[in-house]
Design a protein around this ligand. Structure first.
Ligand SMILES: [Zn+2]
Length: 340
């Protein structure tokens, strides 16, 4: 089969890779229908994370080809959406709703790499969710979004306790930030403020439910959010970048007693103790427990109540993955869908 390998920063190749097979009784092998490039794939691409011959990709939807003897919830022929973290679904951490920190956790990126034609998914029951039937082709990008970017934005909104009567500010206008806007709106937030400087992303944010757009960032962004909230700050803030500036901005924009949900993969972020102490905000983040939300998200998409797949603005064949990485690196695309 064909699959993407990142040899080093800026060096993405599509190569022949070994075909996956069932190894453990809890495995499934799936044929991947659609996959994509994540904003987090740009960290190694730009040299911010170490990378050497890594199997890339962790977002995926596909059709089950084969399952091990212990798999109960998916069967050959099922169309499935999977989480970007392999989880057993049975340990205490999984049962508490945090499968992305499962005691048997495996990150799909690197270990499996779903920018490929097929994949072996360990702990299939704890990782995959079958759709109610075979999806219409136009639903596939939306279902693919649920695999990470929507699930991550959703977790951020839940962690930030977005809901009725709450004002939610979203720091970051990449795909995850936009999904945070969508999630906040779906969870019933009264006001959703997208922090964005890009006209096309502002428009998409409004489509997903943003009621306001703030172009300022850093201290000026915080000041603007306070101005819009009677000097108090937002009830809920979603952080979807992972930089020092975005994290400081997120904590600064939340009111005392408010909640920050942070899902940008943290890079060199230092939080001063005094900032945390006096901000008096509740902070929850990390790799999103996407598997917890998948059944609900799949249903919302199946019923055509949300259209998260609109974050994909470029579709390329898997063979042209290198061009997809370049397009995202150069910000010519927000998110690239790859078809194996
Ligand atoms: Zn677990």
């Amino acid at each position: 089969m064909r699959g993407v390998i990142m040899y080093g920063p800026g060096d993405v190749r599509v190569e022949d890779r070994e075909d996956p097979t069932i190894v453990e009784a809890t495995d499934a092998v799936i044929r991947i229908t659609a996959t994509c490039i994540c904003g987090s794939d740009l960290w190694p691409y730009r040299g911010a994370d170490r990378v050497e011959r890594a199997k890339m990709g962790h977002e995926y939807v596909g059709v089950v080809e084969e399952v091990g003897s212990a798999v109960r919830t998916v069967k050959p022929g099922d169309f499935v959406v999977g989480s970007f973290v392999i989880s057993d679904g049975t340990c205490e951490i999984c049962r508490a709703g945090f499968p992305s920190s499962c005691v048997n956790r495996v990150f799909v990126d690197g270990a499996i790499g779903t920018q490929a034609q097929r994949a072996r998914i360990p702990f299939a029951d704890g990782t995959l969710v079958a759709t109610p039937g075979q999806p219409d082709p136009d639903l596939v990008p939306h279902l693919l979004a649920a695999s990470d970017v929507l699930g991550t934005g959703w977790f951020a909104a839940v962690a930030a306790q977005a809901g009725p009567g709450r004002t939610v500010a979203v720091v970051g206008d990449g795909a995850v930030g936009l999904m945070g806007v969508l999630a906040a709106k779906q969870l019933g937030a009264e006001r959703v403020i997208a922090m964005s400087r890009h006209a096309d992303r502002q428009e998409l944010a409004r489509h997903f439910g943003a009621t306001d757009v703030v172009e300022e960032r850093g201290d000026a962004g915080v000041a603007r959010i306070k101005e819009m909230t009677n000097g108090l700050g937002a009830h809920s803030v979603i952080e979807a970048v992972g930089s020092q500036e975005s994290m400081t901005q997120a904590i600064g924009a939340a009111r005392p007693g408010g909640n920050v949900g942070f899902v940008g993969v943290s890079h060199d972020v230092q939080l001063p103790g005094q900032l945390l102490f006096f901000s008096q905000v509740q902070v929850l983040g990390g790799p999103a427990p996407v598997r917890r939300f998948l059944p609900d998200l799949i249903q919302l998409i199946w019923d055509r109540k949300i259209d998260p797949g609109r974050v994909f603005d470029l579709t390329l064949p898997l063979e042209q993955a290198a061009e997809g990485y370049r397009a995202m690196d150069e910000r010519r695309a927000t998110k690239v869908l790859l078809t194996p």
